[in-house]
Design a protein around this ligand. Structure first.
Ligand SMILES: [Zn+2]
Ligand SMILES: [Zn+2]
Length: 322
């Protein structure tokens, strides 16, 4: 090779160096972009999975609680420590569901299940969910509310089970002579008024708010005909109802247990009977209520027995003649 040849070769080489560097940089960039794209796809996929699991947790919780209430009603069971049992079943069910997404590592823990303190018609579930794949991790603590409306009230079934099997028709529990025997066993002479009493089977939230509007007797009658439940400091929450507790320390719910209509001619001979609110009938402390006739049809008097506290809560105090 002559001298000219060397010069051209060296120049070409010098020109090639930046080209090689540019190529290497472009390759790096392409590789990095691939990693970023891959991570973004991975992260989108985790995010979708996370949302899907999270969306199913309230559905699972409601199914589990509904099954527990059916175990009480159909199999005469009492669910001791209901929140622990529901927690364990919810973790198990959610864990099984995550097997649909077996390319991820998933961990799910129920931190608590309790009656929602702002509205006892909901149960609050606090959860912690982790999903990982490689070095991408998604973790959230979250709280979800599950409605108890439409579920059966398990409490009367647990309380009355030693006195016979209560029956239900449509949305109504019929006690036959079972509730009267239950009250008689508690030493209450007025138990006779609860022969053939009824109470709501299904939890439905009363729309008449504030509750004092029950002082309008049309509202009261509609409420009683529909079997509505009301928020209550003394009434037990749904989770405690599954345990057979007539009252509890949580913010709970209450409903009316309705004595059958009385004959108008008998009305003057009746004064007091056990207060007809369910947490009084089924709770630890029973107290009497004054007779209130809220509706009359032919010779039938539709009555409640309420003490001053509940008369006041429902706006009935001093509205109905003695
Ligand atoms: Zn009501
Ligand atoms: Zn409770």
């Amino acid at each position: 090779m002559d001298q000219k040849g060397y010069i051209i070769g060296a120049t070409t080489f010098l020109i090639m160096i930046p080209v090689i560097f540019i190529c290497i940089s472009l390759l790096d960039l392409f590789h990095e972009e691939n990693i970023i794209n891959y991570q973004s796809i991975e992260s989108d996929s985790i995010s979708y999975t996370f949302k899907d699991i999270k969306r199913n947790i309230p559905i699972f919780t409601r199914q589990i609680i509904e099954n527990k209430s059916l175990e009480v009603i159909e199999n005469n069971k009492t669910i001791n420590n209901s929140s622990q049992i529901i927690k364990a079943e919810l973790e198990y069910k959610t864990h099984n569901f995550t097997k649909n997404y077996d390319k991820f590592n998933t961990s799910y823990v129920v931190k608590s299940i309790q009656s929602y303190s702002d509205d006892p018609f909901y149960i609050e579930v606090n959860s912690s969910l982790w999903i990982t794949q490689g070095h991408v991790i998604h973790h959230e603590n979250f709280s979800q509310l599950i409605s108890i409306q439409g579920l059966n009230d398990p409490l009367p079934f647990i309380k009355c089970k030693n006195y016979g099997t209560i029956t239900s028709k449509g949305h109504t529990i019929n006690y036959g002579d079972i509730l009267a025997n239950y009250l008689k066993n508690k030493g209450l002479n007025s138990s006779i008024y609860y022969q053939n009493a009824t109470s709501p089977l299904i939890i439905k939230k009363c729309p008449y708010e504030p509750y004092s509007t029950h002082g309008n007797l049309n509202n009261l009658k509609n409420c009683l005909d529909n079997g509505f439940f009301h928020e209550s400091n003394d009434g037990s929450c749904y989770l405690c109802r599954l345990e057979g507790k007539g009252s509890c320390s949580h913010y709970g719910i209450e409903t009316f247990i309705l004595p059958p209509p009385l004959n108008s001619s008998n009305l003057n001979s009746i004064n007091n009977a056990s207060c007809c609110i369910d947490h009084v009938i089924f709770g630890e402390t029973n107290y009497p209520g004054k007779l209130i006739n809220y509706f009359q049809e032919n010779e039938s008097e539709y009555v409640l027995f309420l003490e001053n506290g509940h008369q006041s809560k429902y706006g009935i105090l001093n509205k109905i003649k003695d």
